[in-house]
Design a protein around this ligand. Structure first.
Ligand SMILES: Cc1cc2nc3c(=O)[nH]c(=O)nc-3n(C[C@H](O)[C@H](O)[C@H](O)COP(=O)(O)OP(=O)(O)OC[C@H]3O[C@@H](n4cnc5c(N)ncnc54)[C@H](O)[C@@H]3O)c2cc1C
Length: 278
């Protein structure tokens, strides 16, 4: 899995399936349902820590399910489309709405799954409806039905629902202004985040509005603290980076270490935003 996740670590899965078309994806999903075989879905692998060794699971990669269609100010993007591509195509079409998402790693499916957000923008605010497959049929669900919350959606609870794509709403905008805001967002990311190292982004969810996890960890003097190849970033204490040769166990141990320190110092229970695959 290390070649498929941004953390560049993890072992193997029993089978890695890459459907080339939507039809191939649907028949694969139907087959797995019929055979009662469980599986995991992989977007761009930017929020995942696959465990070391062999995981007894099948993985379906959405990377080739990547159509984009514009219809006026609406855009339909399949689940495997990267947010980078979506932002650039919106710019090309003079559409505003995704500027703050420029630089958000990951796919449309992954962003909807966890209602990814950055710089005051959240995926949910751009979504109109989502196309899903439940193992039997393809249907559309509304934004309300998706039950978006902070880094959550119905898809975290209803594991049978596969996101096939989504329709987003944009607004007409001035191309140079859109581009300027996109570049500004990207500049801020490069300035604040350790993008020169493999990672899965912010490790922990913010437990409440006024608690900044990165700052809290930094105040405990933990920047640079290392277990094996995993390190609390010197640049942004909310990130754990792979300094080279990190294993999933290193990351897990470091996460537990930080959780305990934060609990001790602030009496706050941290929950991870990153997902561990066992
Ligand atoms: C450097 C860096 C910076 C980051 N910055 C941010 C940020 O600013 N804000 C933020 O919110 N996140 C951020 N992240 C985390 C991550 O990029 C986002 O959560 C992203 O939306 C995950 O998308 P993905 O396609 O990589 O999902 P994956 O990591 O592949 O999967 C995540 C989850 O989504 C599920 N999933 C994926 N596709 C589907 C589908 N089609 N149907 C159903 N379930 C699906 C997977 O099964 C898994 O449970 C960052 C990560 C990195 C590495």
């Amino acid at each position: 899995m290390s070649g498929h996740v941004s953390f560049r670590l993890g072992g193997c899965v029993e089978l890695f399936i890459v459907p080339n078309t939507l039809e191939a994806l649907l028949s694969t999903l139907e087959f797995l349902k019929r055979e009662r075989l469980s599986f995991r879905l992989l977007g761009n692998g930017t929020n995942i820590v696959p465990s070391d060794g062999l995981m007894e699971t099948l993985v379906i990669s959405m990377e080739r399910i990547n159509d984009v269609h514009f219809d006026g100010t609406k855009v339909y993007a399949s689940a495997g489309v990267s947010f980078k591509k979506l932002c650039l195509l919106a710019l090309k079409n003079g559409l505003s709405g995704f500027e703050k998402a420029y630089g958000l790693p990951g796919s449309v499916g992954g962003a909807i799954y966890m209602n990814a957000g950055c710089y005051g923008w959240e995926t949910a605010e751009s979504v109109l409806e989502i196309t899903v497959f439940d193992g039997n049929r393809v249907s559309k669900i509304s934004k309300d039905e998706a039950q978006f919350g902070y880094r959550s959606s119905i898809f975290k609870r209803e594991k049978d629902l596969v996101i096939l794509g989504a329709t987003f709403s944009c607004q007409p905008g001035d191309k140079s202004e859109i581009e300027h805001l996109m570049m500004e967002t990207l500049r801020q990311r490069y300035e604040k985040q350790p993008l020169e190292y493999p990672s899965a982004g912010s490790v922990f969810k913010r437990p409440r509005q006024d608690f900044y996890v990165g700052t809290a960890i930094e105040k405990l003097g933990l920047k640079g603290y290392t277990i094996g190849g995993a390190q609390i970033s010197e640049k942004h204490a909310g990130f754990i980076i792979n300094k080279g040769g990190a294993s999933a166990s290193d990351v897990k141990a470091l996460v537990e270490f930080v959780r305990n320190k934060v609990k001790e110092a602030y009496n706050v229970e941290l929950e991870t935003e990153i997902e561990f695959w066992e």
